[in-house]
Design a protein around this ligand. Sequence first.
Ligand code: FE2
Length: 169
Amino acid sequence: MRNLSRKAEDYLEAILNVSLEKGYAKTRDIAAELSVRPPTVVEMVRKLDAMDLVTHRRYEGVVLTPEGRSIAEVIKYRHETLRAFLTLIRVPDMAASRDACIMEHELSPETIEQIRHFVEFIGTDAGSPDLLRRFEGFCRAKRSRAGAVDGSRPSAAPPGRAARDRPLP
Ligand code: FE2
């Protein structure tokens, strides 16, 4: 896949989402999807057009080229995979969407594939509802022990980490 900026990938994904939802993607719809102003969209669409990833037609709006669409589909697949994973580990909806949108650009295909397998495995494994229930209880206990949740200050190092990170004598 072509190496694009995060912003370009976000636009392709947004154009795909809007097109799937409405059947077309006008500048103002893309602007609404990305929470940016229409002139910003026009500028980026021009760049994507120059890269042959979209075409901008007066009445049809912005249309993905075959290459633009296949990149958009990969990003969307990553987004959905990561979102499903974050939801599975009980990240709240808003944070799950936002963080999936950050991670989708950065993680390697191998990591995405393993996360996908994990989500599918948990979804199909008969024992997993119990596992997830126990995980929820575990999180609740951690939270009540730690008071307010602060993701920037883990309450404890992951198992095994302390020994590994200990400076050499
Ligand atoms: Fe996204």
